[in-house]
Design a protein around this ligand. Sequence first.
Ligand code: C2O
Ligand code: CU
Ligand code: CU
Length: 540
Amino acid sequence: MQRRAFLSGALGAALASLYARTSFAQSDSHTMHMAPGPAGMSDARAMPGGTMPAPAPLAAADALTTGAPLPTLRTLANESREPGRFRATLVAQAVPRPLLPGQSDTPFWQYDAGTGTPDLGAPVIGPLIEVREGDTVEIRFVNRLAQPSTIHWHGLPVPPDQDGNPADPIAPGAGRLYRFTLPAGSAGTYWYHPHPHMLTAEQVFRGLAGPIVVRAADDPLAAWPERHLFVTDLKLAADGTIAPNSMMDWMNGREGQFLLLNGALRPQIDVTRDERWRVWNACNARYLLLAFDDGRSFAQVGTDGGLLAAPRGNVTSLLLAPGERAELIVAAGALPSRARLVAAQYDRRKMAMMGGSLPAEPTRALADVRFASGAAAPGAAGTPPALPAQLRAIAPLSPFRARQSVVFSEAMDMKAMHQPGASALSMPRGMQFMVNGATYEPGRVTLTSRRGEVEQWSIENRTDMDHPFHLHGTQFQVLARERGGRHVAASYLAWRDTVNVEPGETVHIATIQREAGERMFHCHILEHEDLGMMGTLRVV
Ligand code: C2O
Ligand code: CU
Ligand code: CU
């Protein structure tokens, strides 16, 4: 029997062989001891004759109600009266919420403000942090979880020791102060979430994630009413518990049966005026190909790090990889109409257990949208002016002082997977997702950069599936995509901190770090990150 396979392209096949052994080689007494409970892998249903405990069945697709008005997100109150200062407390804690009638409460984990009195009237999503360029932000974090945690300020240029790195965990019951000042030019759409070593995926899928909006004094789109769409994914068991990650979830990244918008399943949105939408993909692994089902267009005006130089009109679909954000202008139109906001089919080449790849997920409804119902007559007071042709200046990052190379790869170590005792781990040993040939190790430096120097990075995907690359502490510019030696230059300049990389593709970016210290870069499929598809950038 082949015990060890290092491969690119054979991960699915290796798993197939593993599963065949587990299912049918009954005499092998120490195959795949699986731990029950949230830490275990539990795809036993896929394994007739297997010895793993059966996982709880999932809740039916219609177990949650649809059609409620889009919930408004909570806002984190500023406890400081000083101008230019934002001060608050965020408590991470377990908050059971009644979700399925007749079942026990669903054990969410959520961020709450102040003393931590759980806000049960609002979605689980952490309160919106709304701040301005130039603000000094001081957030006290209290960890009331039973495991270590951190708060990472995804996309913001905060000092390395304030960024919630896995190397700076906050123990259960402990707390710390995060403090940073938002520089000019940082206006944009960000988010916060935990980043503890090997525990990020679970903490996020249990509810720990929240939005951040940084505003500029001279926002050219300030006249447009703003709507926030925070997308999360929920894999709910029929008994009301949150299902643990299965082997397939670890391999492909977890996707639940419920795709939620501000915590609600397929809510109703009424657009009576042209609106500015900020959309967050806070799913562990689900890709969102945003579109309206009637093919209507919208304008894209922003990416992760704020406004584009100019609006991109007539966009009919926009891909948001896990971790990415966008700003859109959605027109009410002159006449009443309806459309469904969907996550359209996108094939991210998920791997199948028996080798090859799984079919793409079907289109999912995100919301039902009513346009222009009760709208003011065109030209009436309150109608926003036409979109400005220019939004802001974006200078291309240059000149390049150094080059860095990041390679994503995958491998399966069958021997490690079969080791007795492997069952006690919270994730499958031996399923490896790597950066530059190695899985993440605390303290090991993967790349070194000099602060203040523009670098050109190439991110190459040598695996069989898409991976969203994310770099901490800065916003970068995508220069080009390369495949088979052919370069295609990016068609517009934008500030991003997350970019999708397709299999066989190399994405070239321009980036700069402005402070010395350690920064993480990783795949933002959080299961892959926890499995080690992450590196440390030392900035000197
Ligand atoms: Cu949102 Cu290191 O990630
Ligand atoms: Cu981040
Ligand atoms: Cu990945």
